[in-house]
Design a protein around this ligand. Sequence first.
Ligand code: SAM
Length: 284
Amino acid sequence: MNYRHAYHAGNFADVVKHVVLTRLLEYLKQKDKAFRVVDTHAGIGRYDLSSAEAQKTGEWQGGIGRLIDAPFAAPVAALLAPYLETIRSLNPEGGIQKYPGSPLIARHLMRKQDRLTAIELHPKDAARLRTFFAGDFQARIIELDGWLALGAHLPPKEKRGLVLIDPPFEEAGEFDRLVDGLIRAHKRWPGGIYALWYPIKDRKAIIAFRKALKQSGIPKLLDIEFEIRPASLEPSLDGSGLLVVNPPFTLEGELRTLLPALHRLLAVGRPAHWSLEWLAGEQA
Ligand code: SAM
């Protein structure tokens, strides 16, 4: 386990993933009934953008660094508000020094009846997360393999909520594990919302991934692709994808408003495209 998210926190891919996460949470909050967020690859929760790791790559400057003070038109600003407000709450002195990871974003937007299960395999990261959430009875931190958690921790007793699956993609076979894990999880909890992150680097792997998803029999799959540059000759993160299973009916419309605005700010090379495609259900 060499992957350290501190090098990448707040980059364009985090921005897209976390904005979608906030829209899913806001949807779940429309009903009073409690929900649970299960974050299978949680990371450390809070990232210092002045750290040696963040400074080394400077990736956050091409992500949240471009958003934090950007002017947005009214509908986009309203949709981004929960995300940007979460970040501002972590940086009360203004500017951007700290960036929230997915468990922190979920925890910030949850209500008193909602719960978070954050799973992290790296012992040091799990320990940091546990310290961070010490005494918080709404957050449960578990040091465990996230793929196992998809079996053991689903369905949650609330029977409402969201599973974020955000693996590091440092080992071969991660796309296969995503499909297998999703199929297993969906069998245990067909009604849950799932968000699965993947890198846009290896186009052949993505074609196979999308084909396997279409054949999975899972009935509602909305795929978001967000490229910031055309395909590089050397393998590099040219974009990121997020597959949403059982997306709320509001999500597609919101993303059709949000993604063009984010793309104008975050794309660095042309041609680069973003897309929303139903792999199953709706207009597939
Ligand atoms: N979800 C986080 C966020 O959005 O802020 C970022 C997570 S980062 C991309 C992936 C994390 O998964 C790393 O912290 C890594 O230590 C952890 N990890 C790697 N393999 C894992 C596994 N099998 N189960 C759970 N966590 C794992």
